[in-house]
Design a protein. Sequence first.
Length: 159
Amino acid sequence: GRGDDVASGILVSGVIGIAVFDPLKKTQPLRTLIFLSVFLVLLGFSLCFPWKGRMDIVSFTCGCCLSSFGFLPLSNIANDIVSAAIVKVYSEHGELVWLQLFWSMTRLPARALGPLALILALDLDPTGITCFLLLTSISFIALVIFFVFRQSLLSPDLQ
């Protein structure tokens, strides 16, 4: 149905975002990419908000696609930061290989279940309010964690 097309478009936007941001990792500073991703997510959320008291399907869809375009690369960058932090903290010990294996195994289900949960939330609630609130709360928690630990997560050794 129409909801499946919208959900597919949102997921495709996120995949395109990852494809665009991956080459930029080699040329742009990590902080710039993080702030650009956060800006795109917030801009997308602002398009999803019913400013005139009524939800517009075009602005909601564009907002979700823009948020996905910024959110999936932001998630990818966060995974890279955590992997680098694991290497930095545990490289002197013999536990490094096991931690990297554990991290790669645990992030794989999250990458598969995240888009499926998004599609399920859009199917269960066609208005998208549940999905919007869920993405907003997860993004807020991620931003709080980032700003609380920004010095330790973005030290020059991790870039």
